[in-house]
Design a protein around this ligand. Structure first.
Ligand SMILES: [Zn+2]
Length: 280
């Protein structure tokens, strides 16, 4: 972005022009209680770093009012999604999904999320996780919205389902992508899915750094997954959206590109996927 006026702190200069970097945090649970007390402060810090929007993935029924309260504070900055997190798919999931579906009938959301399959915490619920995932994919197709996927030890199971939706127009983001190059190639093969990159890239010996070198930037979006997975040097503390440039710096290193280009490309990608522009 070429501008002539310095307005925010997040600025780098080149010999030709002043560049202000704009970012989008595509995945942050900043409506959780951990963010209540110092809300003004962390929002201010995020904006000072050039964060333009924060997308809010829903978790369960309880998280909905919190998420919508944060949206009401600044609807152009906090953009909610609607969906049931795979770790919260329990025996009552059909009832829970019906209540969430009623929300979709009532108003618009940016995406169906956070949905997917998690076999790390509880693999016994796999059959109902699969059913919940498929039912929510159907909402996304009906509403023409992207899905935001949580995949933990479950790429095989998720790919099995997504393979059935080839050429359906389904789009989405694999949030917190830390898979192998083969996983990345499979995702890129769908042509309508992107990968969200977060704080894990800053961890020691993160294998995702090597994998990133071979993923074109056109497939990447930024995310923090706040309050989880804070980047170095903030490990062990609460993550927050203002740390996005720290993550981006590592992506720039992995891909041997400038951080300005990382900002421009990932922000354009995020806008593209959430606004349902032509992807393939
Ligand atoms: Zn999440």
């Amino acid at each position: 972005m070429r501008v002539g006026v310095i307005t925010v702190a997040n600025i780098s200069t080149t010999s030709e022009y002043i560049c202000i970097m704009n970012w989008i945090d595509t995945h942050a649970h900043v409506y959780l209680p951990a963010f209540e007390e110092d809300q003004n402060e962390w929002i201010e810090r995020a904006k000072a770093q050039g964060i333009q929007k924060i997308f809010l993935p829903n978790i369960d029924l309880e998280s909905i009012p919190r998420m919508l309260t944060l949206e009401a504070r600044e609807p152009s900055f906090f953009i909610p999604m609607m969906g049931l997190h795979p770790c919260d798919v329990k025996d009552d999931y059909e009832q829970v999904l019906s209540e969430m579906e009623a929300w979709w009938d009532r108003r618009d959301f940016a995406a169906v999320g956070e949905i997917g399959i998690d076999l790390y915490w509880d693999s016994t619920t796999l059959p109902i996780q699969q059913k919940a995932f498929i039912r929510q994919i159907e909402w996304a197709l009906k509403k023409e919205k992207p899905i935001v996927i949580h995949a933990r030890e479950s790429f095989k199971e998720i790919f099995e389902i997504l393979d059935q939706y080839k050429d359906s127009g389904l789009t989405g983001i694999f949030h917190c992508f830390t898979g192998s190059i083969q996983d990345a190639q499979k995702i890129m093969g769908y042509k309508t899915f992107m990968m969200g990159i977060g704080g894990v890239v800053t961890y020691d010996r993160a294998k995702i750094m090597k994998v990133l070198a071979d993923i074109p930037a056109e497939f990447l979006v930024m995310e923090t997954d706040s309050p989880f997975l804070p980047p170095v040097p903030h490990r062990g503390k609460r993550n927050e959206s203002s740390y996005i440039p720290i993550i981006a710096q590592k992506i720039a290193e992995a891909k041997n590109m400038s951080i300005e280009d990382v900002a421009a490309i990932t922000t354009a990608n995020a806008n593209k996927i959430f606004q349902q522009k032509e992807l393939a």
